[in-house]
Design a protein around this ligand. Sequence first.
Ligand code: ZN
Length: 413
Amino acid sequence: MQVKTILNRVHRIKGFVYEHARFVDERIEVKLRPRKRSRPVCSGCGRRGSGYDTLGERRFAFVPLWAIAVDLVYAMRRVDCPRCGVTVEQVPWGNGKRPVTRAYAVFLARWARRLSWKEVATIFQTSWESVYRSVTWVVEYGLQHRTLEGITAIGVDEIQFQKGHRYLTVVYQINAGCRRLLWVGSDRTTKTLLRFFKMLGSERTTAMQFICSDMWQPYLKVIAKKAAGALHILDRFHIVARLNKALDEIRAAEAKQMARDGYEPVLKRSRWCFLKREENLTDPQRVKLDDLLRYDLKSVRGYLLKESFQVFWEYASPYWAGRFLDGWCKRAMRSRLEPIKKVARSVRGHRELILNWFRAKKEFSSGIVEGMNNKIKLTIRKAYGYRELKVAEIAIYHALGQLPEPELTHEFC
Ligand SMILES: [Zn+2]
């Protein structure tokens, strides 16, 4: 069987003919020519025109065969287009000026979802750059061809990018049947989120029913302004995370103070005893916690306040949940624990948005957003070349966007 036969089976190209394949410098080279009397397509307007002349040969990398690189070799024609003048033809297997076939670009991009981009480059003997460009092309195609209909629930969140204070804003669709990344943009300002709503368009924004977010003020501002019709829910996960952070601050400060005052270091190795949910503690941690609770410590008071907050999520009615919240905030404000008081003030300030979680019948748990955030962090961590924001954005769309891919006649991987 000839390579030509295989190519005709897996990658037939209308209007073009495969000629002989040759083995040159450890590569397989397959010549392509246009079918007789076929007219070239103008790259300017996409319409057929009459041929003008033929340029030199160009190579297009194709999916490797038995780990041997394959190149399609083709002499591009020029088109005499009545609308665009003389242009280079547009060929169905390539995209623009890239020396890579669409099939190979999709092939590399698919592997780039499973492995790090560097590994993909190494395995298929190409450059990181080439993998990056292939992914970019597939992502751009996907963004142009995806549908944004039927989105009624979204989650907005921020993700720290690298060290320091650089952030990405991410927006997910969190409908039960469709969970995916919709948008990612640099920074976490009002302008950032406004850009998302601009992309979404006013009609789709009006159709929005639920929006989850954390308490980040710029987000709250934009959501109130742009999507006033939607039920805005403050995320359970973020509230719990803030309480844990407050408690951790109290514990660390107290442990330091005790060491300074020469007390027995009872708080040593107590961090997870306080932060974990009680049912998740290991046996030694439980013993340690029981021991700690005998002391009159700020950490203990903070811990008890944090634990008592758990009941809040068990309520069904927003009314009674609200009553509980008010009571808890009152106790927290009397606690003389500044970090906890800070959380309580913020909870009070966002009372209605927090209670919206109950009004939405607890349907949109933050677990969804949290899970996707973890996946993003993994995506960024897994790749060594993502130091640039633009690259990270492409990688994130690629990993979580559920974007449609260019259609191929054969599944190469
Ligand atoms: Zn044209």
